[in-house]
Structures are given as C-alpha cells and as structure tokens.
Design a protein around this ligand. Structure first.
Ligand code: BEZ
Length: 223
C-alpha cells in the first residue's frame, strides 16, 4: 500500500503508448493514475470517455493522465476505439484517439503492489480484477490523494478535477478548501497559522463567530 506522503513506486509497465517508467514518464508533473477492473466493460468505458472529454482541462492544470486495466495492450488498443466512439455520446468530442496511455497489468503485479485488488470481482479465469483506484501524485513524486471505489460504482472525474484545483492551491498557500469548494471560491486559513501569521499572510481574512468563541473558522478570498 502507498500512504499519503510516500514516494509513489517507480514501476515499469507496458502501455498503449509503449513501455513506461513511471517517474520518468511523470517528468516532474502532477499526475493521475486511475485503474479499471477490465476492458470492454460498460462503466469503465463511460469513465475513460469522461476522462478523454476532460483531458484538455487536466492539461491546462499541467496534469498528466494514465489509466490501468488488467488486460493486455492489444485488448487496450481495441477497447480504446470503443471508448473514442462513446466519447461522442452527448458531446461534440471529435477526438480520434485517447490522449493518455493505458497500462497493462495482466499478471496483477501492479494491482497487488498498489493495493488495488477488488476482493469481489474476478475475470473469466477466476483472476482478481482491479478496483477503481485514483492516485494523484505531485511533482515531487509523492502521493497527494488516493481514492478507492468498488467496480460497481463509476467515478466523477469533474470531482477529481476539483480536487486537483484544491491540491495545487493548497500546495503553495497556507489555506484549506471547504466542503464543495470550487476554484475561485472562499477558502479557510489553515489552523497551524497563528493569529499574527494569519493577519500577515491574509490581512483581509474574517473570523466567523461561533458559540464556542474559538477563532478557528478564518475565511478569506484570494486574488
Ligand atoms: C464495468 O465497468 O461496467 C464493471 C466492471 C466490473 C464489474 C462491474 C462493472
């Protein structure tokens, strides 16, 4: 298992864009690795199509994307054509190919190494499938966020984009983002800043009055 703050494993794997050595492939960028139970499955197809539709938004934020599914590279390449066809459903997407690689993990080596095995899902040969994992890795190669969904629940990639906005903001400013925050919205001064530090760094912040009279809800906007 990889914990938050750990250096993400520098694994090597085959992908639809050739052999990939993870840290070299990241090249010091923010990166997202997201796994899928299997190729040619309905929920996975909707997810990859959604990532493709959002790929320009991830690119604007300097985020590299890579998918992983347990099947082999030939299967991934064939499946990618279905995904591209599905991208057009309800959207004007005209992309001809996926803009991100799909890693092959037929022996489940990465699935086991990264703690992504779904205990309930097996392929036709009885081999375990990967769950729907999301790993967001920072430019320092360290894990910043992980999520694990079961195979039967598709993810919301607009939420993952929102999370990237929060991670990138809070990596450079002593703030935290509240529930349902969206880029540009009000943020909270982190509890570790003293009153003096908070005033110096965020002179316009306001303290929300609460019955406890503890001054811990410190709200501010950012330029
Ligand atoms: C799917 O992607 O549709 C799926 C894959 C494995 C189990 C359940 C659903």
């Amino acid at each position: 298992m990889v914990n938050l703050g750990d250096v993400f494993p520098d694994f090597e794997a085959e992908s639809t864009q050739g052999k990939l050595k993870f840290h070299a492939w990241m090249g010091g960028s923010w990166s997202i690795l997201f796994s899928h139970p299997a190729d040619f499955t309905p929920v996975c197809t909707t997810e990859l199509a959604d990532v493709q539709r959002l790929s320009e938004e991830f690119k604007k934020r300097g985020v590299k994307l890579v998918a992983l599914s347990c099947d082999d590279t030939k299967s991934h390449c064939d499946w990618s054509k279905d995904v591209i066809a599905y991208c057009k459903k309800g959207s004007s997407c005209q992309d001809k190919e996926l803009s991100f690689p799909i890693i092959s993990d037929p022996k489940r080596e990465l699935a086991v190494q990264l703690g992504m095995v779904d205990p309930d899902e097996k392929d036709a040969a009885g081999l375990p499938l990967t769950c729907r994992a999301v790993f967001i890795i920072g430019p320092d190669n360290k894990l910043k966020l992980s999520m694990l969904y079961p195979a039967t629940t598709g993810r919301n990639f607009a939420e993952i984009l929102r999370v990237v906005d929060s991670l990138q903001l809070t990596a450079t400013k002593k703030v935290a983002t509240p529930a349902n925050w969206q880029a540009g919205g009000e943020v909270m001064v982190v509890p570790s800043l003293s009153k003096e530090e908070a005033l110096a760094q965020f002179p316009n912040h306001e303290v929300f009055d609460v019955p406890s009279k503890k001054s811990y809800i410190r709200l501010t906007t950012l330029d």
